[in-house]
Unconditional design. Structure first.
Ligand SMILES: NC(=O)c1ccc[n+]([C@@H]2O[C@H](COP(=O)([O-])OP(=O)(O)OC[C@H]3O[C@@H](n4cnc5c(N)ncnc54)[C@H](OP(=O)(O)O)[C@@H]3O)[C@@H](O)[C@H]2O)c1
Length: 341
């Protein structure tokens, strides 16, 4: 009793001396307790979770599919390349925990694969109807599909910078049309795809799951500008704000957004504007796909809203740009090896 009184009085003294510190600590503890309370696995055990990953034929989406399969969830993967998708389906089937075989008689329905375009309504309606028929609903939607764009906008239009001037000095009609075509492809892959899926899957999740969740794989480029990436950054920013707004319109669905910096892999192969890759050694550096995939799973389980990866790098870049825009513009030019003159 004496020691309890002593502890309480020392907390009181500390609180009086460092009120800000104690308030911060109390807020962190409250946040942690709130998250524990929210832990989704309590209401929805992994073996019952029905997960749809859009954009799972390669990269981060493929790693996410592996993680869910290894944890014993039911998994449906979507992408346009059928051969790649079938390989990922086999990899997922091989990763299921042995015990999962005894969970139900519908073993063959634990991994589903559909080749299709996530920006096409008919393809995604077919996915929804199949899920309804095979699983009776959906709990977790992961929107990972996306396309890159790598060139300065005026280069796409056919203008090269030589010194301080453009060659040719003005753009022609074909140049404008080429730019619009590249922008349309970026919008299709990074904005319309997420939009089509939101319209189709929000009502489906809401009516068929007791813990509906949507995770959008966004990008640091959606919140911090980058040279040679204007089409990519602007199209990714649109889908992030779309989903952030939808989260307010649909509070019964848990929305999460992962905002990673560069991730290892072949994302640049999907560039909708062609062109030369400027970064040195672009495919080997960056975050590991499996690390990003595990973090996505944690976010959904814990009901976390937005996560930057790496945390400090992302937060500093995000806030730093608004505090000191010129400094961060210079840093972005260095990162992308871009010289305006
Ligand atoms: N790599 C990075 O540095 C990085 C950094 C931050 C954020 N991200 C984001 O992470 C996500 C995944 O990128 P990643 O690095 O894993 O690249 P990736 O290996 O190229 O994966 C992209 C996936 O999206 C699918 N996809 C693209 N367009 C599609 C469409 N219209 N319909 C259906 N599926 C489509 C691709 O499959 P098919 O080609 O078979 O259709 C592929 O499975 C993207 O949204 C990207 O913006 C990437």
């Amino acid at each position: 009793m004496d020691s309890l009184t002593a502890a309480l009085s020392s907390v009181r003294v500390t609180a009086a001396r460092y009120p800000l510190l104690v308030t911060l600590a109390a807020l962190l503890v409250a946040r942690r307790l709130w998250r524990l309370k929210l832990r989704r696995l309590r209401t929805l055990p992994r073996a019952h979770e029905r997960v749809l990953v859009l954009g799972a034929s390669s990269g981060i989406g493929r790693a996410i599919a592996h993680e869910y399969a290894a944890a014993g969830a039911r998994i449906c993967i979507v992408g346009r390349r059928e051969n790649e998708l079938n390989l990922v389906a086999d990899e997922c089937a091989n990763r299921f925990p042995k015990i999962a075989a005894t969970w139900s008689s519908d073993r063959q329905d634990r991994v589903l694969a559909f080749s299709g375009d996530f920006s096409k309504a008919e393809d995604m309606l077919a996915v929804r109807d199949n899920l309804e028929q095979k699983w009776g609903g959906l709990d977790t939607l992961i929107v990972c599909a996306g396309v890159s764009a790598l060139r300065p906008l005026l280069e796409v239009a056919g203008l090269e910078r030589v010194g301080g001037a453009f060659v040719p000095p003005q753009v022609d009609v074909q140049g404008v049309q080429r730019t619009v075509a590249a922008a349309s492809a970026a919008i299709q892959g990074n904005y319309l795809g997420p939009l089509v899926c939101a319209v189709i899957f929000i009502p489906f999740l809401s009516t068929t799951s007791r813990a509906p969740s949507i995770l959008l794989v966004s990008s640091l480029a959606a919140v911090v500008p980058a040279p040679t990436r204007s089409l990519y950054t602007s199209s990714k920013a649109s889908s992030l704000l779309l989903y952030q707004s939808l989260a307010i319109e649909h509070p019964s669905v848990a929305f999460s957004y992962i905002i990673p910096g560069t991730v290892e892999g072949d994302f640049r192969a999907s560039a909708v504007d062609g062109g030369r890759v400027r970064e040195a050694d672009p495919n080997k550096h960056g975050l590991k796909r499996t690390v990003v995939a595990k973090r996505c799973m944690d976010m959904i389980d814990n009901g976390e809203k937005a996560v930057f990866m790496p945390v400090w790098y992302g937060r500093v870049a995000h806030f730093g740009y608004w505090l000191a825009p010129s400094l961060f513009e210079w840093l972005a030019s260095r990162k992308y090896d871009f010289k305006a003159h």
